[in-house]
Design a binder for this molecule. Sequence first.
Ligand SMILES: C[S@@+](CC[C@H](N)C(=O)[O-])C[C@H]1O[C@@H](n2cnc3c(N)ncnc32)[C@H](O)[C@@H]1O
Length: 217
Amino acid sequence: MKNNYDKIAAGYDLLSRLVFGSALIHAQTCMLHLIAAHSRILIVGGGTGWILEELAKVHADGLQIIYVELSAEMIAHAKRRNWQQNEVVFINEPIEHYSSTAQFDVIFTAFLFDNFTLAKATLIFTQLDEMLMNKGKWLFTDFHSDQRAIHVWQRILLKIMFLFFQIVCKIEAKELTNMVPLFAHKDYRQLLFSKRYKGFIQSFVYEKNSCAADLTV
Ligand SMILES: C[S@@+](CC[C@H](N)C(=O)[O-])C[C@H]1O[C@@H](n2cnc3c(N)ncnc32)[C@H](O)[C@@H]1O
């Protein structure tokens, strides 16, 4: 099976912290304050679920969270987390198979789209866009490489990362997909932008079809 993180679930958090320190954590937690109380949230590819505990620090109750994750092992780790009084529903399926009649206030995707080819990323983007209500927020973070200004160390690190995840998890992607044009094309407005590792790790909070001002942190 493609994009299967089962083998690496137990060591994923440690590995990511060994390589990037706390950068991948901060890339996600820096966006959480923009989630309103009582939001209905779709988390896709949330991994071991530490984000559920971070969300509970911002809102200890009232959140309704749907957690769609392809890896059964990742879900098993996530189920052991303490999400306080929030409601969490785990769905062990690829997001491509998930549909919802009710829309979401928030979509949260962290280091998910770097698994996909451009064609699949575009399909999943469109699917998630349809599930987000107007004025809803999309909290998005991922690796980014600007081909015109990529540093040598970024190029080497990317090659190693893709090689490793292709061998261990059979990820589909061979290169990073730039998701920014997809958000721009759909008239999303940027509410927050934050970068780490000289722009290699980027976080965005987008609002769907809104007229909000930029806030760079
Ligand atoms: C690189 S990990 C990131 C995990 C987590 N977001 C984090 O930052 O710690 C990517 C996650 O996406 C999940 N994933 C990959 N393809 C998926 C899909 N099609 N549907 C749902 N989850 C998927 C993997 O199982 C894995 O847990």
